[in-house]
Ligand binder design. Sequence first.
Ligand SMILES: Cc1cc2nc3c(=O)[nH]c(=O)nc-3n(C[C@H](O)[C@H](O)[C@H](O)COP(=O)(O)OP(=O)(O)OC[C@H]3O[C@@H](n4cnc5c(N)ncnc54)[C@H](O)[C@@H]3O)c2cc1C
Length: 556
Amino acid sequence: MKMTEIRIPDLGDFDAVVVVEVHVVDGQEVKENDPIITLETEKAAMDVTAIHKGSILSVSVKSGDRVSTGDVVAQLSDASSLLGEATNQPDKAYDLAVIGAGPGGYTAAFRAADLGLRVALIDKNNVLGGVCLNVGCIPSKAFLHAAKVIDDSKEASLAGIDFKSPVISLEKMKNWKNSVVDGLSKGLKGLAQQRKVECFQGQAEFKSDQTIEISLENDRQEIQFSNAIIAVGSEPASLDFLPDDPRVIDSTGALEPKEIPKTILIIGGGIIGLEMATIYSALGSKVTIIELLDQLMPGTDKDLVKPLEQQLEKKCEAIYKSSKVIAAEANENGISVVLEIDDQQQQQIFDQVLVAIGRQANGNKIKAKDIGVDVNDNGTISIDGQMRTNCRNIFAIGDVVGDPMLAHKASHEGKIAAEVIAGQKSVMDIRCIPSVAYTDPEVAWVGLTENQCKNQNIDYKKGIFPWSASGRALTIARNEGLTKLLFDPKTKRVIGGGIVGTNAGDLISEIALAIEMDCDVSDIALTIHPHPTLSETVALAAEVFDGTVTDLYLKN
Ligand SMILES: Cc1cc2nc3c(=O)[nH]c(=O)nc-3n(C[C@H](O)[C@H](O)[C@H](O)COP(=O)(O)OP(=O)(O)OC[C@H]3O[C@@H](n4cnc5c(N)ncnc54)[C@H](O)[C@@H]3O)c2cc1C
């Protein structure tokens, strides 16, 4: 008979904690979350609970014993044995199987292992890290760093330093980017090994609500689980009418360029499209951006996007808004496209076309529907505040549960799902998730935006500090930015904020913390920020709202 060990979860700073009560005896039937033992630390009492239903095979502790993180307290018949001895019984059983090893999946797997669960982590790729590490956040930021060095060297002439035009070795740049990715990837592998998380490579599909089939080429194996987390992420959305040609690429192709195209059309003016425009324009391509809606980064407050748009206008060949591509064909000179701009059609030819029109969740690719999980037509999976799907032992996290499709959201959700499965009372109880475009200038926002306040009739007042009055912004010759805080006019609490400018992505964390901690205007304005820094602009925006700012003159 297979069995599950119930272990002491992560006790943080506590060690050798006293068992004050044992609630079960050998042979007793228990349900999921039934208490097995109660522990008492100096601070609180805590139950260690059953991970799933089953019968207690043996209890390893008695009242008065002292236990530490990871100690086995009882053995529980495995969920599989509840089904009787099925034919073709899989030989591997886990407390938790995680499908997808992106930032959501590996975080969930690691947290669950830290809490004493036996964990399987499955990915079709032979490396951990998912989209974020391998073809998303990290490689794009490596290229964006290279782009910034190139752009900064041009701007240095303002300060009297003239560099020659850079000589770009694309191969060396790619090798450097890959070395960053490889280093992090090896780190993840080591972290999985240290935690004894068992990693499987292969395409995973549900066979039942307790079995997953993993296939890699002609090999197939099944593993059994008590709980599963679906963390299969998303993939780039495509346009059916574009030709199947190596010169038509998505973000993955754009981050592994074979050459620097002389001309490139970027379809989609969202964050990924604009980050790519920043990279390719710095590398020397003539970049054209086409966006269906009437602004770049649709949905983002216009005042935050404007300084970025002004910079991109200088760097790009053309930016078309309220426009679309309606046809395309591949020929020997490039990809010939028909653009519809201001209701007029025009034909243009590009060396490459990059499609960045959004991402599609992968929920429909793992046979989750077949076992009763609610999967929407667009591939997203519905969950509750504890990341649980409509099936009790199946959870979903990250891009596959929908917007915002961001790595830090995925990993936060991963931790919650793991903790819930380990019997903790965790829940997604957050005020805000920051968003960042790592363009030049960067654009970042968190909490409510002005657009959301207006659309949802939420009363707000704002304080804006223009970076043209920031000493630090002037010394780095990047004074086009602004910092904006939104306040509840009654309580004067911070409800949102946005920053456009150099390092906005780092600066936004202070506003996120302010929202999380319920700070009001004086908490921020009275916090002494170091001078001269860009972070000062957050305090100065609060002062603007408060009417106390001395770095500007505000007319009453
Ligand atoms: C170019 C680009 C830049 C980005 N930049 C940022 C950024 O700067 N900041 C940010 O927060 N976000 C960024 N993102 C988004 C971020 O990458 C995703 O939000 C994040 O990776 C989602 O994590 P996840 O764990 O949900 O899934 P993913 O990272 O998508 O991982 C899912 C994993 O599941 C595996 N998988 C899928 N199906 C199966 C199956 N059937 N069997 C086995 N394995 C399977 C996949 O191989 C993959 O490894 C970027 C994305 C792109 C494309």
